[in-house]
Ligand binder design. Structure first.
Ligand code: 0X9
Ligand code: ZN
Ligand code: ZN
Length: 305
């Protein structure tokens, strides 16, 4: 059975998606944006109070990398908290009144399923191509943003294989198409990874500073301070290239260059003690503190629009 404080299998998340999306039709709806390589549906949950006018939106994905299990756990937590605190938490209420949040709970579904069934440390997609016996590409090296120029590998056997061309991975193509279709309303792009406790923003494919560098840094520092206020967890903010490492073809840089100004990559707990194998006892505190950072970024939008 599904639990917010456990790492749920894909089968459990899939039935959770079905039940939660039919639980409160006034606040949540679902939309399949395509299938994965192995044919599993990619479902986006749309959270927000129905409105007659066009609302701005935030897009958030979890589980780009298969082994980063705390990430899908956070997206599930976020959806639960949004639904259960709407009407009582004033910040969440005005957020969902004034904007929509698109949540993709598991981006790399095939890889996530594989980490539960065969190899806990799998990172990539599960696509195959004739010419190599190695499987998958890194879905965070496959976007059309300085594609495969730095910090990525053209070797299909590498964990950071950039793929055969930008958007060669169907999961990346499905999400990129969705964001392109909704480009006029999407004001922020949030992508949840682990681990290292970082809040990264563009660029990672170049050392050049983003045009909106100082505003991106200011918002990241505000979000990190909000996160820290709960349990004292420290996050470092900065551009990807200098804060973690240069790496091209990432979703954050792609979204930013498309025109989604507030584009952030979260690297959740911890700093390496457990790494990708973060104990289930840390799901609740990690999600509760991360909620504060995500709500901070969302509220910043309400304030400036
Ligand atoms: O390397 C990555 O894709 C991310 N780190 S992880 O350990 N979760 O794999 C960092 C992504 C930062 N952004 C870009 N490189 N565009
Ligand atoms: Zn990752
Ligand atoms: Zn809570």
């Amino acid at each position: 059975t599904h639990s917010y404080t456990k790492y749920n299998s894909w089968d459990k998340i899939q039935s959770w998606i079905a039940s939660i999306s039919s639980s409160n039709p006034n606040l949540i709806s679902k939309q399949v944006i395509g299938n994965t390589y192995e044919g599993r549906p990619m479902t986006i949950l749309k959270l927000g109070k129905k409105s007659s006018s066009t609302k701005p939106a935030i897009f958030m994905d979890c589980g780009i990398h298969a082994r980063e299990w705390i990430s899908p756990a956070f997206c599930q937590w976020f959806v639960k908290e949004a639904l259960s605190t709407y009407g009582s938490d004033s910040q969440m209420t005005s957020l969902l009144d004034q904007m929509d949040v698109f949540v993709l709970p598991v981006f790399n579904v095939d890889g996530y399923d594989y980490t539960h069934k065969s190899n806990r440390m799998w990172r990539k997609t599960r696509s195959k191509k004739s010419g190599s016996s190695c499987i998958g590409a890194d879905p965070n090296r496959n976007w059309n943003a300085g594609w495969c120029t730095i910090g990525a590998s053209s070797n299909p056997c590498s964990d950071t294989f950039c793929g055969y061309s930008p958007e060669s991975e169907i999961e990346v193509k499905n999400v990129a198409d969705f964001i392109r279709r909704n480009k006029s309303i999407i004001k922020a792009y949030l992508t949840i990874h682990s681990y290292s406790q970082l809040l990264l923003f563009p660029y990672s494919y170049t050392y050049d500073l983003a045009e909106h560098h100082s505003e991106l840094l200011k918002v990241a520092e505000g979000a990190s301070a909000a996160l820290r206020s709960l349990y004292g967890t420290r996050y470092t903010s900065g551009p990807g290239a200098t804060t973690i490492y240069p790496a091209a073809g990432g979703s954050d840089d792609w979204a930013y260059d498309l025109g989604v100004k507030y584009s952030y990559t979260f690297e959740l707990r911890d700093t390496g003690r457990y790494g990708f194998l973060l104990p289930e006892s840390e799901i609740k505190p990690t999600c509760e503190e991360t909620m504060l950072a995500v709500k901070y970024i969302a509220a910043y939008h309400l304030y400036i629009f």
